[in-house]
Design a protein around this ligand. Structure first.
Ligand SMILES: NC(=O)C1=CN([C@@H]2O[C@H](COP(=O)(O)OP(=O)(O)OC[C@H]3O[C@@H](n4cnc5c(N)ncnc54)[C@H](O)[C@@H]3O)[C@@H](O)[C@H]2O)C=CC1
Ligand SMILES: C[N+](C)(C)CC(=O)CC(=O)[O-]
Length: 327
């Protein structure tokens, strides 16, 4: 399959233009691409243009690419017309397996031979979606986060019949298009971030169902607690700092035994030597030469920046996210 170099792509098609498809359209326009969109809903074009208009001020504030313009959006009358000369296609139709299978089969039949086709699915493995396609080798998952025009992460993974070249191409293309990419080695259910979010959400729903915590308490427990750290330092390095000077190794030695109970309740992984070493080693790698003191200073600066950014520093105006006024 001959593909346009990721750096030379100019024309992108977005199929499905709701919350995520519309967000992708806004992102690609802001990055200077020509975008053709298609969505079967009768009011799709008005909704899409409203979404792009609403996103544009934020996109302008963070900086538009040279030549970026809302004028470069075309809304096509048919799916076939939308993808006819696309160099890359992003599918963002409803999360229904049969619908995605049929749609990806149609996109594959209509798109130019060299175009990679990505699905925004938030959970289906590509292996299950590519079954009807004549050229399944170019079908990948490109899972974004809402809104795709502001949240950098895209998780990229192929199915059993996807060519490795298509996965590598998609990862590079998203990077060129300004995204932060994790290229996954295998089709982990829920990918990486949603698997984590799902674990959190599952427990949140249990707590609400059992009357153990309110929705507001659950949200506050994250926005006033760990969420402040997670905006700039992931759960692994954050917990490494819970071990003080001893880092992750001390954290596991200290808290591992007492965490056995919640881990068991959640169907615990066995904390064997291999897992222990992988977690400690992974934290050392992620620290990339920074000492614990460096990381503590970085975390503290980050927390203060997030507090400032969300209007929660003393003397700042009301923060809509928390509803708390100026002291
Ligand atoms: N909403 C979210 O937070 C996220 C959603 N996703 C994924 O993005 C995809 C789209 O989800 P949303 O944008 O949230 O849904 P949505 O309901 O906002 O938009 C879906 C759009 O698809 C259109 N559509 C219906 N049938 C179609 C068809 N046969 N072909 C093309 N378009 C069709 C609808 O008219 C609608 O505009 C799903 O796969 C979802 O799992 C991924 C990341 C986050
Ligand atoms: C709710 N969701 C599973 C569709 C969320 C995602 O897939 C990613 C996100 O934006 O959090």
């Amino acid at each position: 399959m001959t593909m346009t170099k990721p750096e030379e792509v100019r024309r992108v098609a977005c199929v499905g233009a709701g919350v995520i498809g519309g967000g992708w359209v806004a992102h690609f326009l802001a990055r200077g691409y020509d975008v053709t969109a298609w969505d079967p809903a009768p009011d799709a074009e008005q909704r899409l243009r409203r979404l792009v208009d609403a996103a544009w001020p934020a996109l302008t504030r963070i900086g538009l690419a040279d030549g970026a313009s809302r004028e470069r959006l075309t809304v096509a009358a048919t799916l076939e017309e939308a993808v006819a000369d696309a160099e890359f296609v992003q599918e963002s139709a409803p999360e229904k397996l049969e619908l995605k299978r049929d749609l990806l089969t149609r996109i594959d039949a209509a798109a130019p031979a060299g175009a990679v086709i990505a699905s925004s699915t938030s959970g289906y493995p590509m292996t299950d979606m590519q079954t009807g396609a004549a050229t399944p080798g170019r079908l990948v998952v490109g899972h974004p986060f809402n809104p795709p025009y502001l949240i950098p992460l895209v998780e990229v993974v192929g199915g059993e019949r996807t060519d490795a070249d298509a996965v590598a191409w998609a990862s590079r293309f998203y990077e060129v298009a300004g995204k932060s990419v994790i290229t996954m080695k295998s089709e982990v259910p829920g990918f990486i971030a949603n698997r984590l979010q799902e674990a959190l959400w599952r427990e949140a729903l249990h707590m609400v169902a059992n009357g153990e915590a309110t929705v507001a308490e659950i949200d506050a427990s994250i926005t006033e607690g760990p969420g402040l750290r997670w905006a700039f330092m992931g759960p692994m390095l954050t917990f490494a700092l819970a071990g003080g000077e001893g880092g992750m190794a001390h954290m596991l030695d200290h808290f591992g035994p007492s965490l056995k109970s919640p881990w068991t309740r959640l169907e615990a992984p066995e904390l064997d030597r291999e897992l222990y070493d992988a977690v400690v080693g992974g934290c050392e790698e992620a620290a990339a030469g920074r000492t614990i003191a460096d990381l503590v200073a970085e975390r503290d600066r980050g927390v203060i920046d997030v507090l400032r950014a969300t209007g929660r520093l003393p003397g700042q105006a009301t923060a809509p996210a928390t509803g708390r006024g100026t002291e």
